[in-house]
Design a protein around this ligand. Structure first.
Ligand code: ATR
Length: 264
């Protein structure tokens, strides 16, 4: 039986096992998908396990998307560009680092027919998923991308990968068409930004990468004042769909039954 894992820290909240095990069963594939709260020192051994055939694939989440890279043999173009890996597979004995977050983000935007072309975007946060979001936004031809992070130094590092972005102070809220929460603020019930988003009124798009809880202070801001709001649930589904395809050569279906099951 094939074995897959998602690793991260924390990992408790991850819906990936529930999703991948549902698909494995639906397509009559023999396999099991679990989760592991890992630390940096576990990374080499986890990668060796794939080479030895004890494991068949890994999903990687915060905070290991970059630190896993030295243990891999090959990076896909997307993973190389963003220095971020979320899916590891074995190809002819080589450990391959893939990035399915980029497509996941892009497909979630396309699903609701939002057109990023020529839009100004403000990204809040500079954590593991942000390089993928910036790359996807550039691919969709956003005209301007601001990045604001509480710890500015971390945002400055992003500028080394994407020189066109503009780093601004935490708390500055420039005129933008789309505002993205890529911080972890909202994961906990009483989290608050302490920022006044009310200037973003009429036809602005609030995108919260968080999907559990389903509603956050940030996504609520997008639900008011004639704005559009989306959370990270569809991005999560689409990145997983692509990872499943990489491992099993099957593009699994996303349908209402699956969505209901995941929300139950
Ligand atoms: P990592 O930073 O380890 O990659 P992440 O979950 O991808 O983890 O990112 C967490 C993001 O949420 C960071 O941008 C973090 O800002 P810092 O770089 O300053 O830590 C942001 N964040 C977390 N708590 C926050 C808070 N109370 N206020 C503002 N930003 C916060």
């Amino acid at each position: 039986m094939k074995k897959f894992l998602v690793i991260g820290n924390p990992i408790e909240h991850s819906l990936s096992p529930k999703l991948h095990n549902y698909w494995l069963k639906s397509y009559n594939l023999s396999g099991i998908y679990g989760k592991l709260e890992a630390s940096e020192k576990d990374l080499p051994e986890l990668c060796t396990s794939i080479k030895k055939g004890d494991l068949d694939g890994l999903n990687v989440t915060v905070p290991f998307k970059k630190s896993i890279i030295p243990y891999l043999d090959i990076l896909s173009g997307d993973a190389l560009r963003t220095q971020s890996v979320n899916t590891i597979s074995l190809d002819n004995g080589n450990l391959v680092g893939n990035n399915t977050d980029i497509d996941g983000f892009e497909l979630s935007i396309k699903k609701i027919n939002y057109d990023v072309y020529n839009k100004t975007v403000l990204i809040l946060g500079a954590g593991g998923v942000v390089p993928s979001i910036i790359y996807a936004l550039q691919r969709m031809n956003a005209s301007k991308i601001f990045v604001s992070n509480r710890t500015k130094k971390k945002a400055d590092h992003l500028k080394e990968l994407f020189e066109e972005i503009e780093i601004i102070e935490w708390g500055d809220l420039p005129e933008s068409d789309m505002i993205i929460n890529a911080t972890s603020l909202g994961l906990k019930k009483n989290d608050t930004f302490g920022l006044d988003f009310s200037k973003y009124a009429e036809n602005k798009f609030f995108y919260d990468v968080i999907y559990a809880p389903f509603l956050t202070e940030f996504s609520e801001a997008g639900n008011s004042q004639n704005n559009l709001s989306e959370n990270g649930f569809n991005m999560f589904l689409f990145q997983a769909q692509k990872a499943f395809d990489i491992w099993h050569n099957v593009k699994p279906e996303i349908n209402q039954g699956l969505v209901g099951f995941l929300k139950s």
